[in-house]
Design a protein around this ligand. Structure first.
Ligand code: ADP
Ligand code: MG
Length: 166
């Protein structure tokens, strides 16, 4: 499995997709989000939050200014956004490494900004289409997340939604 793609046509569809992925995730999972501004990274994270049973009144918002927001669901959701980060060292000072292998799910927006970090996990690349259309590409970095992404893929291919990338 290299990369496979699901198309969504509304924010609600993107959230529903992410919610079903979130339901499959366990501790020490990392989700690496990339894509242009407005592609839907935060929207996807909101769906993941639902899948992790973050209460609806704790709305998942962009952590652009705070670098990280934390939400308590069935396991913790640590939501990072590297958009405004200029020095990766600041991230390490925050204890980033411990979050990655900790008791919760770590989601990183703009995960591709610092390739030196060598981040591993489920990679989700969101691509803007016409209007509300988004192409959402899934792949893995490293082997640890392969099983969970395989079961997610099986779930969606059963529903006929998966387009393999050529
Ligand atoms: P990012 O975090 O990547 O900058 P956001 O999630 O904050 O992007 O914003 C995505 C915007 O695009 C939202 O205003 C959302 O309502 C809109 N949108 C329209 N169609 C979709 C879709 N199919 N999936 C996700 N977001 C969508
Ligand atoms: Mg965002």
């Amino acid at each position: 499995m290299d990369s496979w793609t699901i198309e969504t046509n509304s924010p609600e569809q993107t959230q529903a997709l992410a919610e079903s992925l979130g339901r499959l995730l366990g501790p020490s999972t990392v989700v690496l989000l990339s894509g242009d501004l407005g592609a839907g990274k935060t929207c996807f994270t909101q769906g993941l939050g639902r899948g992790l049973d973050v209460p609806e009144d704790e709305s998942v918002v962009s952590p652009s200014y705070t670098l990280m927001n934390q939400y308590q669901g069935r396991i913790c959701l640590y939501h990072f956004d590297l958009y405004r980060l200029s020095h990766p060292e600041d991230l390490l000072d925050l204890g980033f490494d411990e979050y990655l292998c900790g008791d919760g799910v770590t989601v990183v927006e703009w995960a591709d900004r610092f390739s030196d970090l060598g981040l591993e996990g489920i990679r989700v690349h969101l691509e803007h289409g016409e209007g509300d259309r988004r192409l959402i590409h899934f792949s893995v970095e490293g082997k640890a997340s392969l099983p969970v992404l395989e079961s997610f893929r099986r779930q969606w291919s059963a529903e006929g939604e998966v387009h393999d990338r050529i």
